[in-house]
Ligand binder design. Structure first.
Ligand code: HDE
Length: 696
């Protein structure tokens, strides 16, 4: 008899260590009650062709449990992917904050990060045009701190009161249940054009920030102003920033549309692959620290979440790094059940009066109780703190941490047996900010500039990025059926940039420009461009972590191929072999090169740059194959660098592109040519081609 090795059927995904419950000597399948099961194929019947009996406890339990497998998906941010890792603190920040995790240089704190899209349901694709969630749970020695941010530093609305309206307008329309994971529809644009406070965010939403190439290549932001409080009770404001080690990168819109078809799991597969191959994603955590005096003189209200503070005005101080080095063991137990709450704070970090943040502090706890079924969701391993936890809370659904002993209240006179006590020394103190005012429903006047930073964002972009923004507005608004909504958006754009407004109006076929939207405050023209707001001005100048797809065939020059592979890997990138058959190809010297993808399963949209390296003989067949022609056409249209051997020319000719070949198409006919190709690839895209492509 063979002994089968397999995971314990009772293993609980813990977000860390697997706790295995006792199992028997053998591998006998049991019910949840531990009773051995004799037959897992057939339900209990009265006769071979008779009815199934209600007494079949084995089948009933199995189906009952299956029926209850789903929990409500998140109302927003339903589609996400998570990973474990650590945060490593750079230096002692005692002067700024008493937060335990920032005291000792080099100390590591375990973290769990979850990235998400906002609008799509759980089964939607990874690369719609959408904001990305960037939520990190720090398991500190003084409790869990959740930094629940996004990949965009501002938000659509200023007051939590409008969040349900925003989300209702953005998600599927209620009568028809579509569109899925799309902002390109009437309700969203109707709402935002009636809410001028959303205009700055809409400029970001229409930029390349909302179509990241990889979760590893995007920034993260805490958005709100928070507080750091030191041990002496002194406080400064702080804004949190995550900067990706591999630099920022986005895809182009036409590419995103195709990626969602070719690989709806593009981002989660990328994160999984990077971690599994030991190429651990890394971000630096930085803070913008400022005091009341700065807040007073800053152009906007630091409590307004539709505004950012340019890095040029308050530089970012790097304070540590996050490394994600472990994929989850059970998606449901960890990624699905992780419960982030903005009110999970630790001593030394505190809230601000940002009205959006204040509303979030209510919403997240409420949401987790609904999703996870009761107040004991903190007992689920992924949510439990990794430091001691002791209080008198008890009972409730699914209680796992059950206190023992007689004292379950405080004060009590049970001495040593009396349980935990409050600790004014180490305990959490809210910053004793002076607050005064009339109780009223009102929006502060300091929140009423809706356009100035939208303009600043736009002028901070490169020409290429500005063109992408104009195209995005035109695309999205072209899906809006009501003309008045389209026109209303152009009226808002006129308050931010007239050229942009004109370009969008032309793209939409609006003949007469509307008057500019009425503005509560005039747009400030004096805010200078901030280079840090652009993706392209902050490129990585490296292809580390990127994927280069080589389209090849039998008979490929073995030496050239080997040289290419070696050079690509030396840059920290991956060479993905795309071939006519998944069985791979036979190189010129007879060696076998395994394929990673068949041509139609590995379109060029999945790669950052491509190489066309067929043999002279087989290229003729390739040139008749439409997925191979799409491979070239798309790579060219998406401004990718294309390396090619002379043998690939018939493929270029079959696409009609041979006359348009430019400096982004680089001949590779000898191993020595590879270095030049890879050097160019470090720019990531050949944007000079964009205007030519637009005319095609
Ligand atoms: Fe959220 N948000 N949000 N949000 N949010 C949720 O909580 C909410 C806001 C963000 O990976 C929900 O667990 C309100 C800003 C992320 O699990 C819910 C308001 C920012 C995630 C909720 C906001 C975020 C959420 C849904 C306005 C960036 C995913 C499921 C007052 C700074 C976390 C859940 C994860 C999730 C409420 C605005 C980021 C409904 C009421 C601003 C990254 O509680």
């Amino acid at each position: 008899m063979t002994t089968k090795k397999h995971g314990c059927p009772f293993a609980i995904g813990t977000g860390g260590e697997i706790h295995q419950q006792a199992k028997g000597q053998d591998d006998t399948l049991t019910t949840q009650q531990g009773a051995p099961v004799a037959d897992d194929q057939n339900s209990l019947r009265a006769g071979a062709r008779g009815p199934t009996l209600l007494e079949d406890q084995v089948m009933r339990e199995k189906i009952f449990h299956f029926d209850h497998e789903r929990i409500p998906e998140r109302v927003v941010h339903a589609r996400g992917v998570g990973a474990h890792g650590y945060f490593e603190n750079y230096e002692c920040l005692a002067e700024l904050t008493g937060a335990d995790l920032f005291q000792r240089p080099g100390e590591q704190t375990p973290v769990f990060a979850r990235f998400s899209t906002v609008l799509g349901n759980k089964g939607s694709a990874d690369v719609p045009r959408d904001v990305r969630g960037f939520a990190v749970k720090f398991y500190t020695q003084q409790g869990n701190w959740d930094l629940v941010g996004n990949n965009i530093p501002v938000f659509f609305i200023q007051d939590a009161m409008k969040f349900p309206d925003l989300v209702h307008a953005a998600k599927q329309e209620p009568d028809r249940g579509f569109p899925q994971a799309q902002s390109a529809h009437d309700n969203l644009w109707d709402f935002v054009t009636l809410m001028p406070e959303s205009m700055h965010m809409m400029m970001w939403a229409m930029s390349d920030r909302t179509i990241p190439r990889s979760l590893r290549f995007m920034e993260g932001f805490g958005v709100h102003s928070f507080r750091f409080v030191n041990k002496s009770g002194e406080s400064k404001f702080v804004k949190f920033h995550w900067k990706p080690k591999l630099g920022m990168q986005s895809v182009v819109w036409n590419e995103a549309l195709k990626i969602n078809g070719a690989d709806p799991d593009f981002h989660r597969r990328d994160l999984w692959g990077a971690i599994q191959s030991g190429d651990f994603p890394e971000w630096e955590l930085g803070v913008q620290v400022f005091d009341d005096a700065f807040a007073e003189q800053f152009e906007f209200d630091i409590l307004d979440p539709t505004k950012l503070i340019p890095e040029e005005q308050v530089p970012i101080k790097p304070i540590g790094k996050m490394v994600l080095n472990r994929t989850v063991e059970n998606f449901f137990a960890e990624t699905e059940q992780v419960a982030f709450c903005t009110q999970n704070m630790v001593p030394g970090i505190d809230q601000s009066n940002d009205p959006l943040l204040q509303g979030r502090n209510f919403s997240y706890l409420d949401t987790q109780t609904k999703r996870l079924g009761g107040p004991n969701f903190t007992h689920i391993p992924i949510n439990a703190p990794k430091c001691p936890m002791w209080n008198f809370q008890q009972d409730g659904h699914m209680a796992m941490h059950n206190p023992v002993g007689r004292a379950n209240y405080e004060p009590n006179s049970w001495g040593d047996e009396g349980g935990p006590r409050e600790n004014p020394e180490t305990g959490f103190h809210s910053y004793p900010e002076q607050i005064q005012g009339e109780k009223q429903r009102v929006r502060s006047e300091t929140f009423s500039d809706h356009y100035s930073q939208g303009r600043q964002f736009y002028i901070s972009q490169t020409r290429t990025e500005q063109e992408h923004m104009a195209d995005a507005f035109v695309f999205e608004l072209s899906k809006v059926e009501r003309e008045d909504i389209r026109v209303r958006m152009v009226a808002h754009l006129l308050n931010m940039d007239k050229d942009l407004a004109r370009t969008v109006a032309t793209g939409l076929g609006i003949k007469d420009l509307p008057p500019a939207a009425e503005a509560a405050m005039p747009t400030r023209e004096d805010l200078p461009a901030s280079d840090k707001l652009s993706i392209l001005k902050n490129g990585p100048d490296s292809i580390k972590g990127r994927r280069i797809g080589v389209l090849t065939t039998d008979g490929v020059d073995a030496k050239l191929f080997a040289g290419l592979k070696k050079a690509v890997e030396a840059e920290g990138a991956t060479l993905v072999v795309v071939a006519p058959a998944i069985g791979g190809v036979k190189a010129s010297d007879g060696t076998h090169i395994p394929a990673n993808e068949k041509v139609d399963g590995g379109p060029s949209v999945l790669f950052d740059a491509v190489v066309l390296m067929p043999s002279a003989d087989k290229v003729k067949v390739l040139a008749t194959h439409s997925p191979a022609r799409d491979f070239v056409n798309d790579a060219f249209a998406h401004c990718k660098f294309i390396g090619y051997s002379t043998e690939a020319m018939p493929l270029f000719e079959s696409t009609g592109l041979e006359d348009q070949m430019d400096d982004g198409c680089i001949p590779i006919n000898a191993v020595k040519d590879v270095a030049g190709f890879l050097k160019k690839c470090k720019q990531l895209r050949f944007w000079e081609r964009q205007s030519a492509v637009d005319k095609l």
